[in-house]
Design a binder for this molecule. Structure first.
Ligand code: ADP
Ligand code: MG
Length: 415
């Protein structure tokens, strides 16, 4: 017993890089939401009627964007803010947040809803219809309003029948209440083009007007998001700016990443964990770039090795490599003939005001890139006559690589 007690004590008092690790958990809601002012403004404009003319209409908005672009955190924060405003006006508005990947049919969605609103309705034995009818009745009786977020709504859209979609998207066409006490935020991954075909045309054109788009974050935006968390999560001086910068560049949309803040935070968290473990062993006292690399290597091994190598290559070899990737990108094939690569290379060199190297030199570069394991070559292709060299590239997605290599080329030219 005493030993366990000591164990707990020493675990609590051991040195750590973290002040508060929970700030890095995905479900943590930050005090400041960065770079989403436009979305908040738009939401305020769309939902204004529920404060100004409560009950006059049921407002709906559709929030779309790729994963990790702050849709959920924006919805939650907006929900909290508007309930606050309502309260100050003496309006009883409640916010509920339902995840449709967990509650994936109408009955469980509305069961979840009545639980979150704390409405006394039995759990079992009720159809979705009966449940909704019960909810609406109590809202009316208690003079309550509700703003409901249906998050991961694309799950519901994919798996629901058109009747179920109608029931939710056109609730007040099914239940003809005079006072509209429920409004909705629909949150979906991906692009609207994916969702429209599943909507009836009335709902589609309505939501088109109330569409709030979330673009992938740039490196600079991710930097700000990470920086806020670093201050709360880590002891001062433990995470240097170079670490935040590196993760931002890795994940920023404009620097070749997918603009996913969740991924950026996960990398920071994992690197912090690794540093924390090493601190316990007396091997580290801060989070370093190597901790970040060690974490990222598990996810993008090829890209990291590749980028390290690129810095050693001469400018014209880099241009040949860029030409290969561009030619592959344009053709959509897995291999391109060296002749096409040379054409693209010559154009790239001339665009930079560089004298293109001759065929022999290009061939040498290609061989070097092959030896380094950056590209693949073969000398004949099925369905093509003659012998020629064909070049392929398999390490990382082409568009990711293209953005990265441009940075390296630019760096080379500045020296
Ligand atoms: P989505 O719902 O679009 O997949 P989330 O809202 O879950 O994205 O955001 C992913 C993670 O990144 C969460 O931990 C969230 O707190 C954080 N995050 C996203 N956008 C921002 C932002 N603008 N400011 C601060 N933190 C953000
Ligand atoms: Mg989300």
């Amino acid at each position: 017993m005493r030993e366990i007690h000591e164990l707990i004590e020493s675990e609590i008092s051991r040195p750590s890089v973290f002040i508060d690790e929970s700030v890095l958990y995905p479900e943590y809601v930050p005090v400041r939401i960065r770079h989403r002012d436009a979305q908040f403004t738009q939401l305020a404009r769309i939902f204004k009627p529920i404060l100004l003319k409560p009950g006059s209409l049921s407002v709906k908005a559709l929030l779309v964007g790729p994963v990790g672009t702050g849709k959920t955190v924006t919805a939650v924060t907006f929900g909290r803010a508007i309930t606050d405003s309502a309260e100050r006006k003496g309006l009883r508005l409640k916010y509920a947040h339902i995840n449709c990947s967990r509650s994936n049919n109408t009955a469980s969605i509305f069961r979840d809803l009545k639980n979150q609103l704390g409405l006394p309705i039995p759990d079992r034995g009720l159809s979705a219809h009966e449940m909704i009818s019960g909810i609406l009745k109590i809202l009316e009786r208690e003079d309550l309003y509700a703003l409901v977020t249906l998050d991961e709504f694309d799950y519901f859209i994919r798996s629901s029948s058109s009747e179920d979609r109608y029931l939710i998207l056109r609730l007040y066409d099914v239940f003809k209440e005079e006072v509209k006490r429920m409004s909705f935020l629909f949150v979906a991954r991906g692009s609207p083009a994916y969702i429209w075909p599943k909507l009836d045309s009335f709902t589609g054109s309505y939501l088109m007007k109330n569409l709030v788009t979330f673009n992938p974050y740039t490196a600079e935006e991710i930097f700000d998001i990470l920086n806020d968390r670093v201050e709360l999560a880590f002891y001062p001086g433990v995470v240097g700016e170079e670490v935040i910068d590196y993760i931002s560049n890795l994940t920023g949309h404009d620097t070749g990443g997918d603009g996913n803040a969740r991924k950026a935070l996960a990398i920071l968290h994992a690197a912090g964990k690794l540093a924390d473990k090493e601190m316990m062993e007396g091997k580290a006292d801060r989070v370093t770039l190597d901790h970040v690399r060690a974490v990222v290597v598990q996810e993008y091994p090829a890209l990291i090795n590749l980028l390290d190598t690129l810095h050693y290559l001469p400018l014209h070899e880099l241009l040949v490599l860029k030409a290969i990737v561009m030619a592959l990108n344009v053709s959509g094939m897995d291999y391109v003939p060296i002749g096409e690569v040379e054409d693209v290379y010559r154009r790239l060199a001339l665009d930079l005001g560089e004298q293109p190297r001759g065929h022999t030199k290009v061939y040498m570069f290609v061989n070097d890139l092959r030896r380094r394991g950056i590209i693949l070559t073969k000398t004949s292709m099925k369905g093509r006559k003659g012998r020629s060299t064909y070049i392929g590239f398999g390490a990382v997605p082409l568009h990711v690589f293209l953005q990265k290599i441009d940075q390296v080329i630019q760096g080379k030219r500045m020296i």
